[in-house]
Write a protein that binds this ligand. Structure first.
Ligand code: F6P
Length: 342
């Protein structure tokens, strides 16, 4: 049995731990593993690297992906889908483990449904926006990074009596922003799940300043929705048609300063949130996903994705797992807002 692996989309702490876990299970079963380099581009072009217990065992603490990643979409050009199929024949692999978010897994699903391609999916993204799994690996590390960054930002905000607006990633889901706002005791959070209430935010910040609070922290998700049609998107599209987000933090900082007359700065945390070593929780989740993905391959139970339900790792159909964005739990948002009322 020869098994190929690829990692697609934005990288994320925990990818290497999935690879390590699955390589171990497949090797234990006597299989051979290869990596397809740089996401679906590797599946199209056939660029590979060997994956063994020896070269994956030491990557338990490594962030990113040893395979490289890309946002290549084989379905953008019909000839690329055929190349994926031909390349599989040429390389002679019997199964593929595709580790990625909704776009990568959407391709896996189509290949399985349209070409009976023997594929297993594994859900990754710092955005935590995949349905069918309680959580994606990478999210825990990201919120820890944001929380630590805000702890640092708070000290300089205090010294200078400023308001600091911290922009987080997360695309159209507010998980990272909301969870890190809770963990850092932010004064306000703006998420894509509801239209920004600028008046409420500025009134609260002004009220807290008047009451003696010498600094303010506002967390804004990159995909937060502004009123009055304010544009924050750069307009560049990737292979899957997604707009590159970023920059809303600067807009919010200007609005706050204008309205409250309190000096305000913006910090865009950007790719810092995806970098570095995974947290223990993400190492464990990535490893468990990898072990179960490996077991599904050995059992030839294709067209499935591994998922976390409670504390159990389960297999769900790829068809049920992709295409629906899992946005922030509004109950958690309501809990967060208790701290904005007084
Ligand atoms: O999906 C993960 C993510 O980090 C998003 O939060 C963010 O909008 C996007 O990827 C950034 O993508 P890129 O690395 O292509 O700039």
């Amino acid at each position: 049995m020869k098994v190929a692996f690829l990692t697609g989309g934005g990288d994320c702490p925990g990818l290497n731990q999935v690879i390590r876990g699955a390589v171990r299970v497949i090797s234990n079963a006597g299989g051979e593993c290869i990596g397809l380099v740089e996401g679906w581009r590797g599946a199209i072009q056939g660029n590979t690297m060997p994956l063994t217990i020896e070269n994956t065992d030491p990557i338990i603490d490594e962030g990113g992906t040893i395979l490289g990643s890309s946002r290549t979409n084989p379905y953008k050009k019909p000839e690329d889908v055929l190349k994926v199929i031909e390349t599989r024949k040429r390389l002679g692999y019997d199964a593929l483990i595709a580790i990625g978010g909704d776009d990568t897994l959407g391709v896996a699903r189509k290949l399985f449904e349209e070409h009976n391609f023997p594929v297993i999916g594994c859900p990754k993204t710092i955005d935590n926006d995949l349905s069918s799994t309680d959580v994606t690996f990478g999210f825990d590390t990201a919120i820890n990074i944001v929380t630590e960054a805000i702890d640092r930002i708070r000290t300089t905000a205090k010294s200078h009596r400023r308001i600091l607006v911290v922009e987080t990633m997360g695309r159209h889901a507010g998980w990272i922003a909301c969870y890190s706002a809770i963990a850092s005791g932010a004064d306000y959070v703006l998420v894509p799940e509801e239209k920004a209430n600028i008046d409420e935010m500025c009134d609260l910040l002004a009220k807290r300043r008047a009451a003696g609070k010498k600094f303010g922290i506002v967390v804004v998700s990159e995909g937060a929705e502004l009123p009055e049609g304010m544009v924050t998107q750069h307009g560049k599209l990737d292979d899957f048609g997604h707009v590159q987000l970023g920059g809303i933090g600067e807009t919010i900082a200007k609005i706050i300063e204008e309205r409250t007359k309190i000096e305000t700065r913006a910090v865009i945390l950007g790719h810092l949130q995806r970098g570095g070593s995974p947290s223990a929780a993400d190492r464990i989740l990535g490893t468990r996903f990898g072990v179960h993905a490996g077991r599904l391959v050995v059992a030839k139970d294709f067209g499935k994705m591994v998922a976390l339900r409670g504390t159990e790792i389960v297999a769900v159909k790829l068809a049920d797992a992709v295409g629906t964005l899992r946005t922030l739990d509004l109950g958690v948002l309501a809990e967060t807002k208790e701290f904005f009322k007084s």
